[in-house]
Design a protein around this ligand. Sequence first.
Ligand code: ZN
Length: 374
Amino acid sequence: MFGFRVTDRDGRARAGVLSTPHGEIETPVFMPVGTAGAVKGVLHRDLEEAGAGIILGNTYHLMLRPGDALVRDLGGLHGFTGWTRAFLTDSGGYQVFSLSALRRLSEEGVSFRSHIDGSEHRLTPERSMEVQMHLGADIVMAFDECPPWPAPREAVAEATDRTTRWARRSRAAHTRSDQWLFGIVQGGVHLDLRERSARDLIEMGFPGYAIGGVSVGEPKDDRRRVLESLDPILPTERPRYLMGVGTPEDIVEAVARGVDMFDCVLPTRNARNGQLFTRNGRLSIRNARFRDDPRPPDPDCGCLTCRTASRAYLRHLHTAGEIAAATLMSVHNLFFYLDMMRSMRQSIRSCRFEEFRLDLLRSLGGAQGSPEPS
Ligand SMILES: [Zn+2]
């Protein structure tokens, strides 16, 4: 039912296939974020057309609303949402530490108040596993503590060791054989803590390893050093998932350092704010120069939006506050990300990844809202 195999390598970049009960997924893969059971503003049909094979759901959001027992009773995330391809859920840890109020942290777990209605809740490794087993995603995450950045080294060390103990409890509490449980490597920007975290988790033997506690404000050079130090430690035959990352530039740099899986809200969040990713750089649809521009957002893009909508039309919809603006631009940005991953995989298979990486970094260098050569 589950499997992962690396099929091609180019330098440290890897291309592979991840098998799940809901389909085979080619890696490196980008997973659109469906926070509350839907990718904001986008229909399943459009995600499928864009080539998404796996989407992410947030444990924290779904346990608070509509509640994990209800989702379980309606067939898990697949039955409840109608998405027939793969799902991954996070552990809830990151959101508890970033969104909720009045957290009380102990060895047992975290008590917190909902950011929605102030009601009191508790997440422990056991409860996170119960919620994720109710939600029924294909891939689930061990419960972790995500320390903020910056934080004193002692605090990061404490969070890292607690994450290891919680990973052990998560493993013991997780009993669904139709789900893959990944461990999460913590350790902040401290390479020795990262290494200790990874080695402790590897000893427990997870089928995949996530790298957490990134994209929390740390300098990009620090993140790259962390990835470089983990690359020789993490088992080569297991998938590696860099959580919450990132921009196209961040993703290609992480693939260059051996990462296989990514998720980020950036393509949809930026779309709602009027920013489009194109093969000639980023484009802000609010810019006055697009008022009468009949060209599609990205003339080289084959997405539904670029086949049917002009920049002038999108700018008008966005300015008028029409919901369709968010949908059309989200569809394009997701297509851009998924298409970028397709090209990246192809470049690894044909041993042209370094050329691809340099081309991508060059093409994305365009300033926001700047005109592009037509
Ligand atoms: Zn497009």
